[in-house]
Design a protein around this ligand. Structure first.
Ligand code: PLP
Length: 393
């Protein structure tokens, strides 16, 4: 008999064993405790547009969305999401049958995994990956199969992807623009992934929350490629584009059968959420393109400030093509372990970052990599860079 069999049964079930507090909560708490500049968690330090906030206030006052909104989302928002897909990508989406509003992209990912996977199915994802992927795949009883994106380019190894497919593979979970590396998949890479999905009859769930935060290259929704319309679940969210991460308004666009499947899981997770905010995000999605362009250019300047500053401070820097994160290597600073480095950073120089190792199944692959967020005001980034320069002193 082992001690485990005689000891008390763990409270946390097997599927969630090993998933402690997310690193973002841990690092944000460290920032709050030490008063350090928080470049760990990816939330902007400036709220989104005034008129969108006013739209939320109006909805609250006018009693729109204060009671349970419709399960798939309010029609105004579903129509605005369909309009967004058409305007930006030429995609024709039926707002009634092909759109589902969710509590952020996070719920959409969870609902997709719970709806589409059977226990024992395999899910391929490029690592490093966003931390909810592993937990959601595990909650669904499925197995994750990582394919590693490696420095210095963090491009997908398409042969390794092909080799990772087995008869048990059910879906590929794809994130582009990619957190934390900033990789934006090219049309050629997406085409190869689409061809593989068609050939092996796989579903693909695409996390596109950074779709508008692309500085080099362009965002191409996989669902727009040949053969993908009926096998792709496309996920996005208003949090990143419109700087309202706390509102948790996300969405799924997919063929009716896929939306129906995801909706079945979603209705038992939250049923509905964010009533008045849904009306406000409908207005956000209709803002002129100049809004999105402005956000992108502001972030591009933030990226360059931070990337240049990190390089000057002695880090190895991987300048991202998209997202609002930059991955940096601490090895040139003589450091060996990103987790120890990030835990000591607030005290050493008053800045918080996140160790990339937490995004890998194989932590060795990201041992000396750390991630900084640049969705912060220019003076805050400048101050962080000045502080980080002190590391070499
Ligand atoms: C890749 C990725 N997917 C999903 C999310 C979560 O999106 P939401 O806040 O809309 O749930 C994040 C947030 O950091 C992310 O980086």
């Amino acid at each position: 008999m082992t001690g485990r069999e005689t000891g008390p049964r763990p409270l946390l079930n097997r599927r969630l064993a090993g998933f402690g507090t997310t690193i973002f909560a841990e690092m944000s708490a460290l920032a709050a405790r030490t008063g350090a500049i928080n470049l760990g968690q990816g939330f902007p330090d400036t709220d989104g547009p005034e008129e969108v906030r006013e739209a939320a206030v109006r909805a609250l006052r006018d009693g729109r969305g204060n009671q349970y909104p419709p399960g798939p989302g309010v029609p105004e928002l579903r129509t605005a999401i369909a309009g967004h897909q058409l305007r930006h990508y030429g995609l024709d989406v039926d707002p009634d049958t092909e759109v589902l509003v969710t509590a952020g992209a996070t719920e959409a990912i969870a609902a997709a995994m719970l709806a589409l996977l059977e226990p024992g199915d395999e899910v391929i994802a490029f690592e490093p990956y966003y931390d909810s992927y592993a937990a959601c795949i595990s909650l669904a009883g499925a197995q994750r199969v990582p394919v590693t994106l490696r420095a210095p380019d963090f491009r997908p190894d398409l042969d390794a992807l092909r080799d990772a497919v087995t008869p048990r593979t059910r879906l590929i979970l794809l994130n582009s623009p990619h957190n934390p590396t900033g990789t934006v998949l090219t049309r050629e890479e997406l085409t190869a992934i689409a061809e593989l999905a068609v050939e092996r009859d796989l579903l693909v769930v695409t996390d596109e929350v950074y779709e508008h935060l692309v500085f080099d290259g362009e965002h191409i929704p996989l669902i727009s490629l040949p053969g993908m319309r009926d096998r792709t679940v496309s996920i996005s969210s208003a949090g990143k584009t419109y700087s309202f991460t706390g509102w948790k308004v996300g969405w799924v666009t997919a063929a009716p059968a896929l939306v129906a499947a995801v909706r079945t899981a979603k209705q038992y997770l939250t049923f509905v959420s964010a009533g008045p905010f849904q009306y406000a995000i409908a207005e956000a999605l209709r803002l002129p393109d100049a809004y999105v362009t402005g956000v992108r250019e502001e972030l591009r300047a933030g990226r360059d400030l931070l990337a240049d500053g990190l390089a000057e401070a002695g880090f190895g820097v991987y300048r991202p093509q998209g997202t609002y994160f930059v991955t940096a290597d601490i090895a040139p600073l003589g450091e060996k372990d990103g987790t120890a480095f990030c835990l000591s950073l607030p005290e050493r120089c008053g800045v918080v970052a996140v160790p990339n190792a937490v995004f890998y199944d194989d932590p060795e692959a990201g041992r000396t990599l750390v991630r900084f967020a640049f969705c912060k005001r220019r003076p805050v980034l400048q101050e962080a860079v000045d502080r980080l320069r002190g590391l070499r002193a």
